[in-house]
Design a binder for this molecule. Structure first.
Ligand SMILES: [Zn+2]
Length: 600
């Protein structure tokens, strides 16, 4: 058994989540974590909202609120979105906690002490009319990479490349349109080339990574440049060095602070459990964390931060780059075991875009459909290893043909028939080879499905679980227990139904990581009591170090089903079931397409 860290990419707190956001890594990281817990591992699943940086400051300026107010609003919305999907974070927090600031500053100082953060003179913008610093977000111009004419001083929103203000073509102030003047200013850079060798040899020994991720990461090492980690900006973590700490116009760059969130959230989780050192079991590179495995889940646009930059920060803080050094007070830290990157989800053939209304928000989706219907679609048809298109027609088809007509029908007919004819789970009497064969297929599913989830092949994993369902439906059709009406056929009818119910119970366990809400219901329909699939809860907490309070997502996931076949007990009372899944009317497709087109 291992300590398994599930480190899930941090959603940016500038709006509610849409289904594209949660398809690539949100739901898959939960499926993985649920399975690993059921298999007996000690899982720590952490993330939070990413709340610093220019885009939030710009949006807050536009709305006339403070960046903190904007972040507060969307932190809460996002927590609710993820809660609605049943994502079992041990801690989903945020980057504006005092704990996070302290951990970011600790890593910055450690890297600086070891010589991996260097000051450099660069060009910064000032307003010629006032002589004051012009923060990056107030500079706009044409992107030198893609030609988009409203690129900002730190990033182009069209091609998402990070930029420096002086790279913009025709730069202008967004405040008064004047051309900014560029003067020398000092910023801090991470000395990435000092890690090329260490990261190269670490990547050499990576196993099981998706080949495209490994290849992409190795290629990045060929051209590593020092990377700016501070900006001309007021909204962010202060620079923890003398002469810089109190400067209101310079902050740590948002990407540097956000990627450290995995560590700060683990530390916050440990502090909240009352054992402040407990995080070391997942992070420490010494004996305490020697069985630790770290899995990082993200979209493909974020690979560089997880396979190169985050390892560089961990190596530098541990004193393991070209310049050596000492580990800081947190000790030597573990590098990722695996970087699990997903591809993109599009919608009806188009890229998701809130401004162009090509979007369906998680909360709107959950108002009209069940969370497990979306979770099923994501597992069976999500962007695991290819860009994938969400269409309403395909969503309705999979819901009706696979979830309702396949799995729901098996659950419904076997439990109703047993409830009607016996009122209890009937006993297994003299099973035939056909009975034994089906029971064996279901039991074998635990090894097959589990191994596929462990290898992040969830599409194949749910396919294998649904094969067990299909076999059971076929078995019921062939055995036709409804025809065995005579009194002398009763024991045989009971045996067939016992076999079917046992396979329902096993398939339900196999599907629990994917469909936790309905798995709990099926467990109860079979007469089970207690928690089968644990759920997260939203808890209002105080900041541990005196800052404002906030909502977190957390839960007790030590309870619930294990990854094994549990024999049903004959004689357990059964009631006539209510359907677990809802069939959708074909008209849903037209209604949703009309909504997208803006007709309603
Ligand atoms: Zn661009």
């Amino acid at each position: 058994m291992s300590h398994v860290l599930a480190a899930v990419a941090w959603p940016y707190a500038n709006g509610p989540r849409h289904i594209g956001h949660v398809s690539g890594f949100g739901v898959p990281s939960d499926v993985f974590s649920r399975y690993m817990r059921m298999a007996g591992h000690d899982v720590l699943m952490v993330s939070g909202t990413d709340e610093h940086g220019t885009p939030i400051q710009v949006q807050a300026d536009a709305e006339g609120v403070t960046p903190r107010e904007l972040a507060d609003r969307y932190n809460r919305v996002i927590v609710e979105d993820l809660h609605g999907l049943g994502l079992t974070y041990d801690l989903f927090t945020r980057t504006t906690t005092r704990n996070h600031y302290a951990v970011v500053q600790e890593l910055f100082e450690g890297l600086h002490t070891n010589g991996y953060i260097v000051a450099r003179t660069t060009l910064g913008a000032i307003s010629p009319s006032t002589g004051r610093t012009l923060p990056d977000r107030y500079i706009e111009g044409t992107c030198p990479i893609c030609g988009y004419d409203k690129a900002r001083g730190d990033q182009c929103d069209n091609c998402t490349n990070q930029l420096d203000p002086e790279q913009l073509i025709n730069p202008r102030s967004r405040i008064n349109g004047e051309t900014p003047q560029f003067v020398e200013t000092e910023h801090f850079f991470l000395d990435l080339p000092a890690f090329a060798e260490a990261i190269g040899s670490w990547l050499e020994h990576r196993e099981n990574w998706r080949p495209n991720v490994l290849k992409f990461s190795r290629n990045l090492l060929d051209d590593l440049q020092p990377r700016a980690i501070t900006r001309d900006l007021e909204w962010g973590v202060p620079i923890p060095l003398d002469g810089w700490r109190d400067r209101a116009d310079k902050r740590i760059y948002v990407w540097f602070d956000a990627v450290i969130g995995y560590l700060s959230a683990s530390i916050e989780w440990a502090r909240r459990t009352g054992d402040p050192e407990a995080w070391r079991q997942w992070w420490s590179a010494d004996a305490q964390g020697k069985d630790a495995l770290g899995y990082y889940f993200m979209g493909k646009d974020n690979i560089v931060f997880h396979s190169v930059i985050w390892p560089a920060l961990l190596l530098g803080y541990s004193g393991e780059g070209d310049k050596g050094g000492q580990a800081g007070s947190l000790g030597k830290l573990n590098l990722p075991t695996e970087v699990v990157s997903s591809e993109y989800l599009t919608m009806e053939g188009k890229k998701f875009s809130s401004s162009n209304r090509v979007v369906i928000y998680v909360r709107d989706f959950l108002e009209r459909y069940d969370a497990d219907a979306l979770r099923y679609f994501i597992a069976a048809a999500g962007p695991e290893s290819n860009d994938t298109d969400f269409t309403w027609a395909e969503f309705v088809r999979r819901n009706n043909d696979e979830l309702v007509a396949g799995w729901g029908n098996l659950v419904n007919r076997s439990i109703s028939m047993a409830a009607k004819n016996f009122g209890v789970i009937p006993p297994l009497v003299s099973p035939t080879p056909e009975d034994e064969a089906l029971l064996a297929v279901a039991r074998a599913g635990f090894a097959t499905v589990g191994e596929l989830i462990g290898k992040h092949r969830q599409k194949a994993a749910i396919g294998e679980a649904m094969k067990v369902v299909a076999e059971a439906n076929k078995y019921l059709s062939e055995q036709a227990p409804w025809k065995l009406k005579a009194e002398e056929d009763k024991p045989r009818q009971g045996t067939i139904l016992h076999v079917a119910l046992q396979v329902v119970a096993d398939a339900n366990t196999l599907l629990t990581p994917f469909l936790p809400h309905s798995a709990q219901k099926v467990h109860e329909l079979l007469g089970g009591v207690g928690v089968h699939a644990p759920m997260p809860e939203i808890v209002e907490v105080d900041d541990l170090d005196g800052g404002p309070g906030y909502p977190v997502l957390t839960g007790d996931y030590t309870v619930g089903a294990r990854w094994e076949s549990v024999p049903l007990v004959a004689g357990t009372p059964l009631n006539a079931p209510k359907p677990v899944f809802r069939k959708l009317e074909p008209s849903v497709v037209d209604e949703e397409l009309a909504r997208l087109a803006g007709d309603s």
